[in-house]
Design a protein around this ligand. Structure first.
Ligand SMILES: *Cc1c(COP(=O)(O)O)cnc(C)c1O
Length: 357
């Protein structure tokens, strides 16, 4: 006899990237920002201490106000979350019931699959093409494998990480609008890495009710430890999502810190410029070392080898106290995802790779 819902027992459980706490590793495995956040963050947190005895805003109002101005929408278009993972959870739980269907790209962010499983929902994974473009099947209004005449209503939500992880590639906004128009359900564009990209889908939210965009403060704002993310969607959707969230899903410190971080545009621009410069060097050097490295619009790069196994590179680097992410996607292949660290960290990593090659 088991105490548990069968769909929970069936889940393997999320395995996050290794987080050694002893500080002796160079960490290039979980796409964190290698720099400290904006000084405005510390100041905002300091100012918020006096508010801690009271409950925070239920909707993170100061942040909503700031983000609404930033994106040229009303605050009712913004939903705050305890990290963007919280946003993905709220959206899935609101839109997808047991036995219904989610569509996910593959390989992509593993959490999407787990969210489907937690709901007792079905999911269909559409494989990227070899060049990381999306096949026609991703656009289909019908569940895969079902011909015309079958009701499409089972398909309730489509996820798309853009830029994608682990590839760092981007599906152009025009293409995303085209996908959304054909779908019978909302499309969540997960823009956790969009601050490092050349394009984003924010302006599409106004054009198409089905397009929702999530953002994270964990990567481009160097606030992974804070836990803050948000969703931009039309108000009639946000209204329903607010029923699903915890009453106080964002604490006063994270709301104040994220508001301050969003307000410091100079910090973001300077940080982005540094990361992109280092990324360019990393890509060029990896190719010189014989890796097949995908052009990235995120703060990490995806590398494969065609001449020999790649896993030993991960192991050798780890032995030398450099952590990168080894990913093996059944039915797709394996590779190394390397986060863009500081110039010193990347130089050190490249130096060790040169020895290993
Ligand atoms: C890191 C990441 C997130 C999660 O961000 P948090 O705000 O830290 O929860 C969401 N989506 C993708 C694709 C990510 O890589």
């Amino acid at each position: 006899m088991s105490f548990f819902r069968p769909e929970i027992e069936a889940i393997g459980g999320y395995t996050p990237g290794e987080q050694p706490q002893d500080g002796s590793f160079i960490k290039l495995n979980t796409n964190e920002n290698p720099y400290l956040p904006s000084p405005a963050v510390a100041e905002a947190i300091q100012w918020t201490i006096v508010r801690l005895p009271k409950y925070p805003h239920t909707f993170g109002d100061p942040f909503r106000q700031m983000a609404a101005e930033h994106w040229g929408v009303e605050p009712e278009w913004i939903l705050c979350g305890n990290g963007s993972d919280d946003i993905l959870t709220i959206v899935t739980r609101t839109l997808v019931g047991a036995g219904e269907l989610l569509r996910l790209p593959y390989p992509s962010y593993i959490l999407y699959r787990t969210l489907a499983q937690l709901q007792g929902a079905n999911f269909e994974e559409v494989h990227f093409n070899a060049d990381w473009t999306l096949p026609e099947a991703f656009f289909s209004p019908l569940p895969l494998g079902e011909g015309p005449g079958v009701r499409a209503s089972r398909l309730k939500l489509v996820f798309l990480a853009n830029p994608n992880s682990p590839s760092g590639t981007v599906v152009p906004p025009e293409k995303i609008l085209e996908i959304a128009k054909r779908l019978p359900c909302p499309l969540l564009v997960d823009e956790a890495y969009a601050d490092f990209a050349e394009t984003n889908c924010m302006s599409l939210v106004k054009q198409c009710e089905k397009i929702m965009v999530s953002r994270s403060f964990s990567k481009s704002y160097a606030l992974a430890g804070l836990r803050f993310g948000y969703l931009v969607a039309q108000p009639q959707l946000i209204e329903q999502f607010t029923k699903m969230k915890d009453s106080y899903n964002c604490d006063a410190l994270s709301v104040a810190a994220a508001t301050a971080a969003l307000g410091d545009r100079e910090w973001l621009a300077a940080n982005r410029a540094k990361i992109l410069a280092t990324r360019g060097r990393l890509v060029a050097e990896m190719r010189k070392l014989g890796f097949v490295t995908v052009d990235s619009q995120a703060n990490f790069v995806w590398n494969v080898r065609t001449d020999r196994p790649i896993r030993p590179f991960y192991e050798e680097l780890k032995r030398r106290r450099i952590l990168v992410r080894y990913m093996d996607y059944p039915g797709w292949g394996d590779g190394l995802r390397i986060s863009v660290g500081t110039d010193e960290e990347i130089d050190h990593c490249l130096e060790e790779l040169r020895k290993i090659v």
